[in-house]
Ligand binder design. Sequence first.
Ligand code: ADP
Length: 194
Amino acid sequence: MLIVFIGPPGAGKGTQCRRLVDSLSIPHLSTGEMLRAVKRQESALSRWVASYIDAGRLAPDHLVMRIVAQKLQSDECANGALFDGFPRTIIQAQLLDDYLVEHLKPLDVALELQVEEGILVERLLKRAQIDGRADDNYETIRERLRVFREQTSPLIEYYAKQGKLETINGEQSEEAVFAEIERAIAKHKPSPKG
Ligand code: ADP
């Protein structure tokens, strides 16, 4: 199955994705993690990528798509993938759709994890104390939420128009969120070929 997971920073996508990969046996592709891996290398590219991440801004669409396409071509993704934090702009969604059409791999479902902004800020500030992630400071959190509102939230309508959107209430317990996600995915499971 191919699934995209949309939600503002702090909504709990990472936690739910870790549970989902266990139950679906497909790889978890987090573009945030992929870009942080690029950032850790010592190169001109890594400094360029860091300049976006550290400011809470989005990395360029074509760069992100190139990294994603490389992964999608690998054997690891033969049975699909769970995208976490991708696509994040309409352009990325269109690039992904073009790629999938070309490779005859349809997208099954777009999950949207909904959480109110006040709760997100609280959760992210708490995570900052625990993980010490460089982009979890108050200013960058505000910027990432703004970027989500302006650049990523239009994807909700984009996937609704394709009949692929499932909205999940992310303000429940981890278990309740997971149960809702599993029900949403079951509605879009492709029927086995045969
Ligand atoms: P969060 O969910 O807290 O926003 P992520 O780990 O998904 O964290 O992303 C961290 C940062 O990585 C983003 O703020 C952005 O700079 C960059 N990033 C991640 N995914 C994308 C993407 N699809 N397009 C552009 N930039 C991205």
